[in-house]
Ligand binder design. Structure first.
Ligand code: BGC
Length: 379
């Protein structure tokens, strides 16, 4: 037999072997441990492209996996639950070997996850915990409770009720504040709000903070799908319903930069943002470039920076561990109970960014350039 024929035959056998074990997308069920990365596909399902952070996450995960030679199927679901379910279904049937999923609705993917488990495809929940399923193998995120604590602390610091080191601030209030939370179907929204409320409660109890609308329950202040327009509308409604007596709002707890921008627009449209009528202290999250510019310009008061490059790196480390049939290393095995089990997690720390921190935290780390911050737009 000629060497060429032999080579052709053996690659045909190899191809047949692969097809036989990956079958109709047997994915992670195959012995991925010994395989060349180029024969392995990682399905990456992201919620939406309307927020920069998820674009940065998707790009980072894809680049890091591709740099290691893996094939990547990256999909964005346009914040539509059926679209995400369908995209994950497709990744499974097309033979994904590992799935990395940032869910839109944390409870909506149970049947997809069962299908993945049936094919022994490991599932990594990315930033948002997937709830109600035993088939979530690992969770990579940030310390979400601490995000809420950091947001509330930033509000207290901005109002002067507390110093950055946690000591008592120079001001005593009372200050009128309003509260916002994220989407109720996102597990993180509850962690953020609980962390924030635990921090704000003593100040509400002693009267230095007054939630004038009296809307303090998460169900009253949540914004479905984290929509900027919905937050703007709620802030407009609050201003007309609660602040039409000449009283002023001094601070707004906002859990995400997109919401913060909606809230700020509502406030500006109502005349806030002048020397006589200063813009309230508004918090945020994600260090989105448009908001970093607003912070730099003194319009938004703070944000919480979550380095998506580090999160992507953890997701890649976890995916590789699963491909090598190992268990990824967790640093939290208690906190993230998803209704069925506690999901082993790797949680990253977060950083508060006020105007003074932009250079050290965001520019010097290479996350943004000074020009991007000045323009309010990332390249
Ligand atoms: C993420 C936040 C983000 C929010 C809205 C949450 O699950 O943890 O970083 O601001 O979703 O996209």
């Amino acid at each position: 037999m000629s060497r060429r024929l032999l080579a052709a035959l053996s690659s045909a056998v190899l191809a047949f072997g692969l097809a036989a074990c990956s079958g109709e997308g047997a994915g992670g069920g195959t012995d991925t441990a010994g395989q060349d990365p180029k024969d392995l596909t990682i399905g990456v399902s992201m919620p939406t492209q309307t927020s920069e952070r998820w674009i940065a996450d998707g790009n980072s995960v894809k680049q890091k996996l591709e740099a290691k030679g893996y094939k990547v199927a990256l999909q964005y679901a346009g914040d539509d639950i059926p679209t995400q379910s369908q995209q994950v279904d497709q990744m499974i049937t097309q033979g994904a070997d590992v799935l990395i999923i940032a869910a839109i609705d944390g409870t909506a993917l149970t049947s997809q996850l069962q299908a993945a488990a049936d094919k022994k495809i490991p599932v990594i929940a990315y930033d948002r915990l997937i709830r109600g399923s035993k088939n979530v193998d690992f969770y990579v995120s940030f310390d979400n409770f601490k995000v809420g604590v950091a947001q509330a602390s930033a509000l207290l610091v901005a109002l002067g009720l507390q110093n950055k080191d946690g000591s008592k601030g120079a001001k005593t209030g009372p200050f009128n504040v309003e509260l916002f939370a994220g989407s109720l179907d996102d597990n993180n929204a509850h962690f953020f709000f609980n962390g924030a409320m635990q921090t704000l409660k003593p100040f509400i109890d002693n009267g230095s903070l007054v939630v004038k609308s009296k809307q303090t329950a998460i169900e009253q202040v949540a914004i479905l799908r984290w929509q900027q327009e919905t937050a703007q509308k709620r802030m407009e409604d609050l201003l007309t319903s609660t602040y039409n007596d000449g009283s002023k709002v001094s601070g707004v707890l906002s859990p995400y930069d997109g919401l913060s921008r909606g809230i700020i627009t509502a406030l500006q449209n109502a005349g806030y943002g002048t020397a006589a009528n200063p813009i309230p202290m508004v918090t945020g999250q994600d260090a989105e470039i448009a908001s970093v510019k607003l912070i730099n310009d003194g319009v938004q008061s703070s944000t919480i920076f979550k380095d998506t490059r580090l999160l992507a790196e953890q997701a890649v480390i976890a995916a590789e561990a699963f491909l090598q049939k190992k268990q990824p290393q967790a640093n939290d095995t208690k906190t993230y109970e998803n209704g069925v089990k506690v999901v082993p997690s790797y949680l990253l720390p977060v950083q508060t960014v006020y105007k003074d921190d932009i250079k050290a935290v965001l520019i010097d780390s290479g996350y943004y350039t000074a020009a991007e911050v000045a323009a309010g737009q990332a390249k």
